[in-house]
Design a binder for this molecule. Structure first.
Ligand code: IDP
Ligand code: MG
Length: 147
């Protein structure tokens, strides 16, 4: 089973869309195995977005992601990384198709609502950055055989 990390960014929390967004993942059949509300520190933000350090939008990205509470979630399913990325949609909401989260809720790349890991390797690294092993909950969902 594959795991992926999702961040509902500070504007998703401020717009009171936490429930709507989590609901989409539950409906699709992804299992929540870890979740917390926290204000991401500048240190963790810098480690999370280290690949973008040289980008012109980097400073804005760090100041936005640390500007208020975010919801951090680990989701599990078959092909979780690919499925969640496709539900999230293109980085620039102008390119995100309706039906995706960014295509339904966002207009600007800087405020695109949500982060999702882009590979199994990134997911592993990002999950370890935000959660200790004892915060990842191993349990069975009774609907599992029906998904
Ligand atoms: P992703 O979130 O779809 O994986 P990345 O290319 O990894 O996109 O970029 C990380 C985040 O940086 C994006 O989600 C977005 O918030 C921000 N970002 C990316 N490109 C731009 C841009 O051109 N302008 C402003 N912010 C951007
Ligand atoms: Mg990315």
């Amino acid at each position: 089973m594959e795991q992926t990390l999702v961040i509902l960014k500070p504007n998703a929390v401020q717009r009171e869309l936490i429930g709507d967004l989590i609901s989409r993942f539950e409906q699709r059949g992804l299992k929540i195995i870890a979740m917390k509300l926290c204000r991401i520190s500048p240190e963790i933000a810098a480690r999370h977005y280290k690949e973008h350090m040289e980008e012109p939008f980097y400073e804005g990205l760090i100041s936005f992601i640390t500007s208020g509470p975010s919801v951090i979630i680990v989701l599990e399913s078959l092909a979780a990384v690919t499925i969640v990325r496709s539900m999230v949609g293109a980085t620039n909401p102008a390119d995100a198709v309706p039906g995706t989260i960014r295509g339904d809720y966002a207009t600007s790349p800087g405020h695109n609502m949500i982060h999702a890991s882009d590979s199994i390797e990134s997911a592993q690294r990002e999950i370890e950055l935000f959660f200790s092993p004892d915060e990842i909950i191993n349990y069975k969902l009774s609907v599992r055989p029906w998904l």
